[in-house]
Design a protein around this ligand. Structure first.
Ligand code: B1M
Length: 215
């Protein structure tokens, strides 16, 4: 992978230019560049740059949205390449972004990676109320539930949702995994989550091990 092409993917995503980024991503895949490299060093690096610019007041919500759209479209191109062929079924997981939070790119990546290792993923989307998680767990009876959040202000909703699952008598046997940029392993312990994963890949690896050990 040439450094120039990766830089063009990164800067095109920052600039919100799908017509530049998508052909470059397709070309790179056709040349055998691993999808994980395109994701981490191209697209995720671009979103980190957008976040830095936003913090410094060099870009605003409309620009963030344009970059997010390019990232989503590029992830759609990468998706089939991120899914492993012929994986063993590992169980079911309900995932969603917490109430009050509209960021869904990281959560979507977690869903793709989990599907990739063999989970059936029920994605509730973003801005999910605790009661909606409870309802989904009652309906789908998953072994796992995954919460994502990007805002410090919506982190408490993770604890509230765990409490709501407990009050509904659904906590026994249900593993709760949490993640998202402001979330830490310590916070996970404090709110009574079962595990914390820093990245989508880490979430998939950890849950695969737990699911296999449970058999
Ligand atoms: Co906003 N935003 N945003 N935003 N946004 C951040 C998160 C921010 C850090 C930017 C900044 O100031 N530097 C900041 C949060 C600050 C804070 O709370 N400490 C912020 C803010 C402030 C806001 C608004 C409040 C702005 C405003 O209105 N004034 C607003 C909130 C709206 C709301 O949700 N109610 C807002 C809005 C938006 C957009 C809608 C414009 C857009 C989101 C579009 C969308 O998602 N559909 C957006 C974007 C794009 C960002 C940044 C630039 C990029 C986020 C992203 O997609 N990253 C972001 C800055 C940044 O993150 N550097 C920022 C890429 C993604 C792959 O990473 O989601 O972290 P991430 O996922 C990672 C890991 O965290 C992990 O796996 C992924 C990688 O493998 N992971 C999990 C995630 N979930 C997991 C779950 C797991 C395990 C791992 O287990 C279940």
């Amino acid at each position: 992978m040439s450094a120039e092409r990766l830089e063009a993917i990164r800067s095109g995503t920052v600039a919100g230019q799908p017509d530049t980024v998508l052909p470059l991503v397709r070309e790179a895949l056709a040349d055998g560049v691993p999808p994980g490299v395109l994701l981490q060093d191209g697209l995720i690096a671009a979103m980190d740059e957008v976040g830095r610019r936003f913090e410094q007041g060099d870009c605003y919500i409309p620009e963030m949205l344009l970059s997010a759209r390019v990232m989503k479209a590029a992830v759609d191109v990468l998706r089939p390449h991120l899914l492993e062929a012929q994986v063993e079924p590992l169980g079911r997981i309900v995932i969603g972004t917490m109430e009050g939070d509209l960021h869904d790119i990281g959560k979507n990546l977690v869903g793709i990676m989990l599907e990739g290792v063999g989970f059936e993923v029920i994605d509730l989307g973003s801005n999910v109320r605790p009661a909606r998680f409870v309802e989904a767990v009652q309906t789908h009876q998953p072994g796992f539930v995954g919460f994502s959040t990007l805002l410090t202000t919506t982190m408490p909703s993770m604890g509230r949702t765990i409490a709501a699952l407990g009050e509904a008598g659904l906590r026994a046997g249900l593993r709760v995994v949490i993640g998202g940029a402001p979330v830490t392993a310590r916070f996970a312990r404090e709110i009574g989550a079962d595990c914390y994963a820093a990245t989508a890949i880490e979430a998939a690896q950890q849950l695969r091990e737990i699911a296999r050990a449970r058999r």
